[in-house]
Design a protein around this ligand. Structure first.
Ligand code: PMP
Length: 387
């Protein structure tokens, strides 16, 4: 066994279980714990989408679809992206339907990365990127955004750009911080990147969950379309995490290569989910609105409670996370999280799960009902009073 184990690809061997998973596994051993760790909407998938999937099954729409997805779905994605964000992509050759945003990220990175290619990650950041970058032989280069309210700026980015920089990953609205970039901030970044030969992966999976301003995509800014791959999907906007529908928007010269990786990777996304996705993006184009109204209430409630406890944090503009600082308590984010769980049975995610640049913070998800959030805040308040 040991001899054979040594033959396992070292890049796979070195991948660590994510910090979020570790905490979730631990929480399951505390039966009475209140968990605020989850990164998926607590709303059910809208009824009309469920019905359309049932209809697809009844109609025996259970075969392979074209590799990049059903033409009708790609058309619906094209119209959705244009109506919502002013992004113009051809249904025929610039859109690929994927197995969630996760697979969209994988086919993109595998298309553009070669050995030693540097990938800029503004930290703290979603932990799903680094392992995929490493599997491609890429080198993650983190940029610390903590002193700038967790937003990457052209000024912070510039010193990290080298001849080997192949790609910059932007995730706004951000998981874990909920921060959003303004159009002016994106414009400044676009000006810096315009003349450079590199790609931007813009993970916009939370684009429908922005509370105070319309979503802006860097792909819509001057000079950016040719070098940007937009990643999005229905997991968060339509509460469809288990349906596994994501998509990429990328110029044809890139999409034609990405679709080859996709074809040999999964052939196509689930046919039934694709029919449901057509319904979601046509009849359900504004399905996120009622959820959004509820998220705003929760965000404001949790934010006000944390401020009331004397906790330092920036007010997030999107997604469903808050990322408060715990630095004043002199505990590492892991120690704070463990003690909160042990002493008050409340589970949050330690900030260091989002790279070392998340150290000193915790992530609180508000994808939970008000009653749960109220109880959790009472317990958190009792806990911090003891520190
Ligand atoms: N990107 C970010 C920033 C996410 O938070 C997530 C899910 N937590 C994903 C991508 C993956 O999305 P999907 O479920 O569609 O694969």
């Amino acid at each position: 066994m040991e001899r054979l184990e040594r033959l396992i690809n070292p890049r796979v061997n070195e991948i660590q279980i994510s910090g979020i998973r570790k905490i979730s596994n631990l929480v399951s051993t505390y039966k009475d714990a209140i968990t605020l760790t989850i990164g998926q909407p607590d709303f059910p998938t809208p009824e009309h989408i469920l019905r359309s999937a049932e209809q697809a099954i009844a109609d025996h729409r259970t075969t392979y679809t074209p590799n990049p997805g059903l033409p009708e779905l790609r058309q619906a994605i094209s119209s959705f992206a244009e109506a919502k964000y002013g992004l113009k992509y051809n249904a025929a050759d610039e859109i690929i339907v994927t197995t969630g945003a996760s697979q969209a990220l994988d086919i993109t990175l595998r298309t553009i990365l070669t050995e030693g290619a540097e990938v800029i990650l503004p930290g703290p950041i979603y932990p799903g990127y680094e392992p995929l970058v490493r599997l491609c032989g890429g080198v993650p280069v983190y940029v610390d955004t903590r002193d700038n309210g967790f937003k990457l700026t052209a000024e912070l980015l510039e010193p990290h750009l080298t001849d080997k920089t192949r790609c910059i990953i932007l995730c706004y609205p951000s998981n874990p911080t909920g921060r959003v970039m303004t159009e002016d901030e994106l414009l400044e970044m676009a000006r810096l990147l315009e003349a450079r030969d590199l790609f931007i992966i813009s993970d916009e999976i939370y684009s429908e969950l922005i509370y105070d301003a319309p979503h802006r995509s860097i792909a819509a800014l001057p000079g950016m379309r040719d070098k940007t791959i937009v990643i999005n999907g229905l997991s968060k906007s339509h509460s469809m995490t288990g349906w596994r529908i994501g998509f990429t928007l990328a110029p044809a010269y890139l999409s034609q290569h990405m679709v080859k990786v996709h074809q040999y990777n999964v052939t196509c996304a689930s046919s039934i989910s694709q029919y449901a996705a057509i319904e979601a993006l046509t009849a359900g184009i504004d399905d996120a609105l009622p959820m959004k109204a509820e998220y705003v209430k929760r965000r404001d409630f949790v934010y006000d409670r944390l401020v009331g406890m004397g906790i330092d944090l920036v007010k997030p503009e999107g997604a469903f996370y808050l990322f408060p600082s715990i630095q004043q308590y002199g505990l590492s984010s892991m120690d704070f999280t463990m003690r909160l769980l042990e002493e008050q049975r409340v589970a949050v995610v330690p900030g260091d799960a989002f790279s070392i640049y998340g150290e000193g913070y915790i992530r609180i998800s508000y994808a939970y009902g008000m009653e749960v959030l109220e109880r959790a805040m009472e317990k958190l308040e009792m806990f911090v009073k003891t520190l």
